[in-house]
Design a binder for this molecule. Structure first.
Ligand SMILES: CC(C)(COP(=O)(O)OP(=O)(O)OC[C@H]1O[C@@H](n2cnc3c(N)ncnc32)[C@H](O)[C@@H]1OP(=O)(O)O)[C@@H](O)C(=O)NCCC(=O)NCCS
Length: 181
């Protein structure tokens, strides 16, 4: 795949490099906080953010051969959203053919409802197909209505449940699946 996966208008989607680790860490932690802080204790949020969104961890994940990290960048080069795909990680207890997990899918709040997510999803599908995938799967918090509505628009359907731990709190995610053909 070329470095530029998709571009539309002033948005450009490209693969992350190690140089993006700080910026990815910042938008990842901030978007997670903005989306979920109201539903979690400050202690659980702190534990989760520190264990997941450090620049060191993001750098390692960007360089990880088993992950694809795609960034949607605006005209100034700032990250408007990102997708992280994980291979070799099928959903538990669900029959799949050749899955790729959509591990993270975040758009910065000012860009919600403006088509960034759709463009990012197209690029993510292209990257997943390049990995040989025949379907996408993901976990989304059962109370994250906006994300679920977006995924349904993209053709995902609910196929199960899984536990996702935020800090010390085990929460229930819906597992969603979308076949490519
Ligand atoms: C999930 C996300 C990527 C979707 O991108 P987006 O630009 O907001 O998506 P869209 O606006 O195209 O689609 C969202 C849909 O949900 C609808 N919606 C908004 N708030 C809603 C709510 N509270 N309940 C139900 N639907 C809602 C919108 O109206 C829209 O539907 P429409 O296009 O038919 O009007 C983005 O909201 C995001 O990054 N959220 C924060 C991080 C997150 O939750 N990531 C997903 C983790 S699994």
């Amino acid at each position: 795949m070329t470095a530029d996966v998709v571009s539309q208008g002033s948005l450009r989607i490209r693969r992350a490099t190690a140089a993006d680790a700080d910026a990815l860490s910042e938008i990842g932690a901030r978007t997670f906080f903005e989306t979920f802080a109201a539903d979690n204790t400050p202690e659980d949020m702190k534990l989760f953010l520190e264990s997941t969104w450090s620049p060191e961890l993001q750098r390692a994940e960007i360089l990880d051969e088993g992950l694809d990290t795609l960034l949607a960048c605006d005209a100034s080069g700032a990250i408007a959203g990102f997708a992280q795909l994980r291979v070799n990680h099928p959903p538990e207890g669900i029959v799949v053919r050749a899955p790729v997990e959509l591990k993270r899918f975040y758009v910065d709040k000012p860009w919600h409802g403006q088509g960034v997510a759709r463009l990012l999803m197209e690029a993510a599908e292209r990257a997943a197909r390049a990995r040989g995938a025949r379907e996408f799967w993901l976990g989304v918090w059962e109370r994250n209505e906006r994300a679920q509505a977006f995924y349904r628009k993209c053709g995902f359907r609910k196929v199960g449940k899984q536990i996702f731990v935020v800090g010390t709190d085990p929460q229930t995610d819906d597992v969603m699946l979308r076949e490519f053909e």
